[in-house]
Ligand binder design. Sequence first.
Ligand SMILES: Cc1cc2nc3c(=O)[nH]c(=O)nc-3n(C[C@H](O)[C@H](O)[C@H](O)COP(=O)(O)OP(=O)(O)OC[C@H]3O[C@@H](n4cnc5c(N)ncnc54)[C@H](O)[C@@H]3O)c2cc1C
Length: 590
Amino acid sequence: MSPYRAPLALVRLALNQAAEISGARALPGYDEVLRDLAEPILESASRFAGDVLSPLNPVGDRTPSRCEPQGVVTPPGFVEAYRRFCADGWVSLAAPTEHGGQGLPTLISAAVTEMWGGANLSFAMCPELTLGALGALRVHASTDLVDLYAAHITSGEWATAMCLTEPQAGSDLSTVRTRAEPDGDAWRLFGRKIFISWGDHDLTDNIIHFVLARTSDAPPGVKGISLFLVPKKVPAADGTVTKNDIDAVSIEHKMGIRASPTCVMVLGEHGGARGWLVGKLHDGLGCMFTMMNHMRLGVGLHSLGLAERSLQLARDYARERLQGRNTSGAQRPIIEHADVRRMLLLMKSLTQAARGLAYTAAATLDVAHSAKDPTQRAVATRRADLLTPVVKAWCSDVAVEVSSLGVQVHGGTGFVDDAEISQVYRDARIGPIFEGTNYIQAQDLLSRKVVRDRGAVLGELLAEIEKAAQALAPSGAHARPLAHLQSGLLDGCAALRQAAAELIERSAREPELIGATAYNFLHWLGILAGGWQLALSATRAGAELNAKEAQAVVDLAAFYGAHVLPRASTHEAIVRRGAETVAKAATADL
Ligand SMILES: Cc1cc2nc3c(=O)[nH]c(=O)nc-3n(C[C@H](O)[C@H](O)[C@H](O)COP(=O)(O)OP(=O)(O)OC[C@H]3O[C@@H](n4cnc5c(N)ncnc54)[C@H](O)[C@@H]3O)c2cc1C
């Protein structure tokens, strides 16, 4: 099976589109970076992903990370690949220049992140934590902490880990029990964290943990949680390090991402793990959100990469596998069968729609961080806040659907362990679960990003989707399907706007309403936003791609209009009628 390769023409199309519609292209220097640097970076990332990370992917599945007395040992080849990854500058790509980073736009880093996820999700998860950790340090930590840690993290010399989850504290972090006690100018931490990705490993000498814990004077609930930096080895100003009291005691045996060590971490077995406060006391969850928001976008991008990889594997297989005969009796490759083409087009259109959406969120973050005008920054921040849960949840659900279709295209061959598509399917399944389950994303979207501002930011997004739909000029062979895309988007936006207004109005007096409708609301918006991206691409493709590529993009948009957009009506019906059923089901016998 051929190794992963990024679909560079489609990546470029989505990248330029995202830079345009987010307003990022107008940022100082942005256009030059996209014009002069994007191409070589994307090409060399695609090569690294294909030549180095992709061949290690099945190795990691068959020889998972393991927990030894001296610590966690990663699969063969991972240490060397990580060293090359750092030496080639991939960890520091979008990190701030003042800490040794290259300061490139989030948008470019997003396209590259997709490639790491597509080639080897287990590996990709380790460096993905870096930018979020740097963000949390820079925004919330003292200058002393930033000076001591930021440069080592930026270079990839020290990895990072996020320690939130405990046995009783999963989605509900208000029940975190890990304790922090004052110890001079620092703290001592005691507790047990579970499910910590890359909590221990042999890729780096040091691992910097960001740990949620509770101080003894803390109020109950989420308001009493604080964030602490707890290094595996405590560095001193003279460069020496001392082992800290934090250890991985076991790792999980999982259905997917087997090379990524998912650790049970114990803190304070020997007198307390030394930790330093990040941000204000009792404001830990807010500080952690800086890191988690980055990771939510990261999950969307990695998932998108897995969807792309599924498509590549399925397409290659379908070209070679012979089943059925044509009218002259010759055997046909299954790619010639209409239903197999249906599956492949569904995979490709969902993937490209998700790519457009995730890149748009990334470019919007660039505007939120770098625009000179504070109003423009504020508008972009609100848009990115709205898009983040959609990118995380919709793209990760898309990856599960697309990789499942990938297995289907392979038939029985896809169901055996040796088939890479079966690994991709298993790996993709974590996306909807971690970094906040997809329901938690949907709840965040509906209650915090839609109801709270009475639909204002959502309304702006819907207006843009409508504008893109109106600009579509259905013509040629695809006139009818493109007309369906156009009318589906226009009708869908009008209906979603109205449904949102009703939900906003009813939610204050119907406590179950958000819970009963949020998941379908998010998917409804995801499908419309994905259609928005493909409508824009269909309009732009002729100017950016060669004739064959451009026609393929129009084909995708038309296919999406006919095969995916109609799902919006199902979500609409469920949002409108489903609430009562779910509320009544509280007493149903399950
Ligand atoms: C491979 C892997 C890696 C991970 N990596 C990390 C990591 O690096 N750091 C870290 O801190 N954690 C990590 N996690 C933990 C992960 O973030 C949690 O598993 C996730 O947040 C869900 O928590 P839970 O497993 O306790 O499920 P639960 O919270 O028990 O949820 C179970 C189900 O109930 C639903 N549910 C829960 N609460 C509500 C509610 N209020 N309303 C409606 N439905 C609800 C959920 O949506 C879900 O469907 C990892 C987990 C895995 C499996």
